[in-house]
Design a protein around this ligand. Sequence first.
Ligand code: TYD
Ligand code: MG
Length: 455
Amino acid sequence: MSGSKKERPLFICGQCGYESRKWLGRCPDCGQWDSLSEQKRPISSSARRSVATPQPLAGSSGSGQDRLVTGIGELDRVLGGGIVPGAMVLIGGDPGIGKSTLILQLLAALADGQRKVLYVTGEESARQIRMRADRLQIDDNGIFLATENCVESIITMAADMSPALLAVDSIQTMFSEEVGSAPGSVTQVRESTARLLALAKSTELPVLLVGHVTKDGAIAGPRVLEHMVDAVLYFEGDRGQVFRILRTVKNRFGSTNEIGVFEMKEAGLAEVDNPSALFLAERPVNVPGSVVMPSVEGTRPILVEVQALVSPSSLGTGRRTAIGADPQRLALLTAVLEKKLGVTLFDHDIFLNIAGGIRIDEPALDLGVVVALLSSLFEKVVAPTTVVCGEVGLAGEIRAVGQMDMRLREADRLGFKTFLMPESSRRQLDSVPNGSMEVIAVRSVQALVEELFQG
Ligand code: TYD
Ligand code: MG
């Protein structure tokens, strides 16, 4: 932009990145007070400087089949079969969850195939990275390491070296020389991403960004980041636990909701081939308040244990806590049970937990929650060979959920004997199980109680 043209001021919210032409005391987007500050230079003006030559759509390289396959199966799956040339992938997650470890293992896997890859870190020293590499037993001279915080330098570096992949750890530590604000600010994060994105798109270099996560779960500095990149992978799990779940939240080149399951070991992240068995490994049997639910994450069924603890509250109204499930959904299901079954729950504390640190969002979990709650409330054990799966509606009706065949096969494979499912799902089953699995179909929560807890 030329200096002769008078630039209008631009104000940006330091919290969420909201843009406004005039100063406002409170950000209309995120509600933060006094968070708007004037932006001296228009965002990404120089990132847009270069003019691309239009190319014919047909015939240009982009059939997308030349993906960079990492060879780490769980990772390739969440990426939709490998990394697409020119794609920008953001890996988010809490500090200490294993992002840098995963990046290093991924780079090692790629460099193994005689490629050169570039790892830029703005967070740790070269020495720290070497120590991690030693721990992971990575001894590869295809990985090039640089400690750098300036995106312009990184771009020059990448141009000189032309690596097969560029990894930047983390985007919050990067800054662009052309922006006045401090590294980590929304403006810097966005501007740095814009520069790297321009590099990725113009040179077909795949770029991997590491991003930290704020308290409220958004990838820090901002939602805007999620919109800019091609794919967002999110590391979930509890640092105290060994499982690490890598979930696709966005993918322009593959399906979302796919998950990869890893285990954090002494020497790095190991793929978990049989997640169901792992999630059920420590399941207590013949204990009230526990039931198994076959969940489907993306294209893969995973059996998880739903645990509930319902006990009289010492306060007037009970507490409700949900770990690994939606607390709103728990409140709703509790209300349905009170209304439809006449049970008293308002004066009970209710704790819900999905064992193993995995998060389940699908409505099919409802039946698992309901059964676990009732099992704990009634102090009645659900047979350890039973699985339950279905959505529960406000009228107490039990509604069909998809991919029942897949869930059934997984439950069968792991030796479960009884499958409690919605009536309407049974009618849709392709294959009637071959005798070893008993299917019980229920229509309502009342029918469910009769089936599981009476007699
Ligand atoms: P790290 O990749 O540094 O996390 P992030 O980049 O997301 O902040 O990994 C952090 C944790 O993983 C650290 O607490 C130690 C543990 N870890 C292992 O258990 N085994 C290993 O082989 C490595 C490298 C790390
Ligand atoms: Mg790190």
